[in-house]
Design a protein around this ligand. Sequence first.
Ligand SMILES: [Zn+2]
Length: 190
Amino acid sequence: MDLKSAKKIVNEAEKALTNAQLAYVENDALFRRNFNTWFGKTTKASIEDVVYTLALMGGEIKHDNFRIELGAPSGSENANVLHFKKKYLHGREPVDQIWRANKEDADAGNPSPMTFRPQMLMMPFIDQTQQSQVETFLHELAHFAAGVIDYNPPSCYDVSGTNYCKLQGVDIAVRNAENVGFFIQSFLFE
Ligand SMILES: [Zn+2]
């Protein structure tokens, strides 16, 4: 893993995010199909939650509000990030207000660090049947940008983890980082 491959991952993830946001506006059938696959049955609130998460995540990439570090191996960890200050998220504040708070930190020389571990290289670049590099980045970005959590770890990880969270209900699934990562990545497979 070098910074160039890290950049490639971020670019591909940004493409997936854009595709997902476009599908929401222009292709309801596709958006709902991928939603059903990775989160379960739609509700109005759960769709709104996901659309808000997509907007937050896209904005953090666009504003360059985090910094990627290449870390040494650490147990079974693939990557990690410092979680976003969740106090901003309880009232669903306007996304630009949240980006601005993160941007102030970034401009002050404290962009939130995201660490990619060497194990990231062992994964496929994109894949819908197991964890991938792009999906893992999206997972970490969901933590940072939208305060999305790891629900009852380690049950929540990998494709089996997304199914576990789906079984807990759509409101849990849309707030689990692995489901969010796989959902967004799925828009690269159209
Ligand atoms: Zn996580």
